[in-house]
Design a protein around this ligand. Sequence first.
Ligand code: NI
Length: 265
Amino acid sequence: MLVDSHCHLDFPGLADNLAEVFAAMRRNGVGCAVCVGVTLEDFPRVVALAEANARILATVGVHPEIHEAREPGVDELVRLAAHPKVIGIGETGLDYHWHKDAPEWQRERFRVHIRAARQTGKPLIVHDREAAADVLRLLEEEKAGEVGGILHCFTGTWEVAQRALDLGFHISLSGIVTFKNARIVKEVACRVPLDRLLVETDSPYLAPVPFRGKPNQPAYVKRVAEEIAVLREMPVEAVAAATTDNFFRLFPAFRARFSDEENER
Ligand code: NI
């Protein structure tokens, strides 16, 4: 079984096509997908998806790219994260690509998420785009290592990966690892310890080769695992087994639920 550790099933392209999306997951052995929240306004939809589907888990957070969204407070995040299908806090982090001025509100919002994660004990789902130094600094300053989490859709260098691993974080790779020119991501895919690696789609974005240009979907996480298997010269089944086991070590409360599901199939 594979786990898609990061997708956006509530976004257009997936939300209007869920029956087919779930059927494709089943056909490709993707037993679980995490639907990651990006605003508080959208959170009811995200959590409703998780409530309605045994294979879907949810997170709560406000994405660093979205300035217009309602600003979350620690207490509110903690309260929303108490929902039994909410496994973590995020999507949070820093995005200096879309906000070249590196605004203070992003760092403040990120700190709020880390504090909420520490209060709930639920791991962080971290987005970093062109902001690795500040992402690592804030994770360290706010003692995020206490809860750990995922550096999602990782595109940083091996040095950045190492510092995140030292903090206790997991590295999640997306379809970018299948792109021909993704030399640094491919290197990271080979070097991350197998017991700290996760796979994701970040769908509906970033469809892997050979689906580039089409809408992405959780079933395609299989392509991510296949590419990592080629790079690491190991069977894809071993990549699937390891990344799924890593996921349920990070979210142990959910392991039993999904092993039961496997048996029912
Ligand atoms: Ni995302």
